[in-house]
Design a protein around this ligand. Structure first.
Ligand SMILES: Cc1cc2nc3c(=O)[nH]c(=O)nc-3n(C[C@H](O)[C@H](O)[C@H](O)COP(=O)(O)OP(=O)(O)OC[C@H]3O[C@@H](n4cnc5c(N)ncnc54)[C@H](O)[C@@H]3O)c2cc1C
Length: 453
């Protein structure tokens, strides 16, 4: 693909370097600009210990750019959810139909570093400490301020791609365009990173191959394993009101709150209060906007185009899938950017809206329903239906996480399946009582074979 135009990608987080590698491999001239310092040289605390659940869509994109072998070394497969009841009782619920259907815990920092290493290995320059302050669409000029020296710099570029996350600076300048649609919705909940250190033998203090959840109705704690033996935990609480961050002001508030709500986790957190005060409370937002592009000059991608809340574990996977779709279109149309971008928006927006909505729904499921015996029963029936009607009845979680069917298809089939499930489960208490003949009728009448991407 021989176009020597310069492409500037703002944001060297997760989607930025992945996209840069793919563009460079197609012979395009691309550079990355990143607000933060180089995390391989400077310790960055916030967000460092957060682990992400990487699944099929993300892995597909990593394979495409040839980086999966490096990433495979830094992941921990999680086979299911381990629910921690208040009395310490544990319940394990597998994510998938068998051992091949797992999600993978990866440290955000390690993934970011691996992608940046791979980008540099391709000869891509990453400019660190460069905060994009604004972007002039007409002049095709991006303005940066050096975070260390305060020096200002203007970069003229044929194409600017905003991969600068949920609070995108590039997107801010889209707001000046006529007919640019934009909405953002913050949750009343925040999150805080905490850590469970390894045992004295260096091993994980809880089951390694699980995503641990302490569902407590209106709030929850989760923990994902790290390859260094730690667990990266995230506490999700309302900002204000009952059981909120607002009420956790000093050491004794925190100790009391954890003793009451997460006693087994607390026993594994010797530096709980210290950890708690070292990390800020993060906010979670859903951003929907359109169009994501302006002529051949600019494109938004990843969280900059569609930030979602983290409860389906899909933000990263969805951002990587953006790259897969965009590159497919680039291979089809060549660097005819207006066409590529138009098709990209048309193909993607309906799907990113769908995962945004499903992620909000999943919050209630994770913090509340996963501890409920009826919910767990329905999950069992779901897996039984999948085994009986493979390729026809595929649980929504599996469609989103283990397949590459469009998110909007997963959402609409999920709704149909919920109705089937309710009809079959509501009258019974044991899986042995399931009316298989009725199940057969409902499944064949309402569902067609699932077409994976
Ligand atoms: C608590 C939490 C848990 C999550 N868990 C999961 C999960 O389990 N699975 C999953 O798939 N997703 C998860 N996500 C979502 C995932 O982190 C994001 O969807 C993903 O990081 C988006 O990638 P991105 O490259 O678009 O944005 P980012 O990864 O946010 O990268 C944006 C980059 O742009 C840089 N930047 C920002 N502003 C500027 C500027 N003005 N100038 C220059 N650079 C700038 C930032 O420093 C950053 O490096 C989670 C998110 C949160 C908050």
């Amino acid at each position: 693909m021989a176009s020597k135009e310069k492409i500037t990608i703002v944001g060297s987080g997760l989607a930025g370097p992945l996209l840069a590698i793919s563009l460079k491999k197609r012979g395009l001239d691309v550079e990355l600009y990143e607000r933060r310092p180089d995390m391989r040289k400077v310790h960055i605390s916030a967000g460092r210990s957060i682990n992400l659940a990487l699944s099929t869509r993300g892995i597909y994109a990593l394979r495409e750019i040839g980086v999966w072998p490096q990433i495979e070394k830094i992941i921990i497969p999680m086979r299911g959810r381990m629910m921690h009841a208040l009395n310490g009782a544990l319940t394990f619920q597998p994510y998938g139909k068998d051992e091949t259907e797992v999600i993978n815990s990866v440290s955000r920092a390690d993934l970011n570093i691996a992608l940046m290493d791979a980008a540099e290995a391709q000869g891509i320059t990453i400019h660190f400490n460069q905060r994009c302050t604004h972007f002039d669409l007409r002049e095709r000029a991006v303005y940066f301020r050096d975070e260390e020296t305060d020096e200002r710099k203007t970069v003229n570029s044929e194409l600017v791609i905003g991969a600068d996350g949920a609070v995108s600076a590039v997107r801010r300048d889209f707001l000046k365009l006529q007919r640019f649609n934009f909405s953002q919705q913050y949750l009343d909940y925040g999150y805080k990173e905490l850590t469970i250190p390894p045992n004295s033998d260096g091993k994980h203090a809880m089951e390694t191959h699980a995503l641990h959840i302490w569902p407590r109705g209106s709030f929850m704690l989760i923990a994902l394993p790290n390859i260094d033996g730690t667990f990266g935990c995230i506490l999700f609480l309302p900002f204000e009101g009952k059981n909120s961050f607002q009420l956790l002001q000093n050491n004794s508030d925190i100790v009391k709150f954890f003793e009451e709500n997460f006693p087994d986790a607390m026993a594994l957190m010797p530096r709980l209060a210290e950890n708690f005060f070292a990390n800020p409370v993060g906010a979670m937002v859903t951003v929907k906007c359109s169009p994501w592009s302006h002529g051949s000059r600019a494109l938004l991608l990843g969280d900059a185009a569609h930030a979602i809340v983290p409860f389906f574990g899909q933000g990263l996977n969805c951002s990587f899938e953006d790259c897969t779709v965009l590159l497919g279109l680039l291979d089809r149309y060549g660097p005819n950017w207006p066409v590529v971008f138009r098709e990209f928006g048309a193909a993607r927006k309906v799907n990113t809206d769908a995962i945004a909505d499903m992620a909000i729904e999943n919050f209630v499921e994770m913090r509340d329903k996963v501890g409920d015996s009826r919910f767990l029963f329905k999950k069992k029936v779901e897996l039984a239906l999948e085994a009986k009607f493979p390729g026809l009845f595929v649980p929504k979680y599996a469609m989103v996480t283990f397949h590459r069917v469009p998110y909007s298809v997963a959402e609409s089939r999920g709704r149909i399946q919920d109705r089937i499930l309710s009809e079959l489960c509501d009258p019974i208490a044991k899986i042995e009582d399931l009316d298989w003949q009725r199940a057969d009728e409902l499944v064949h009448r309402n569902l067609t074979p699932l077409e994976d991407a």
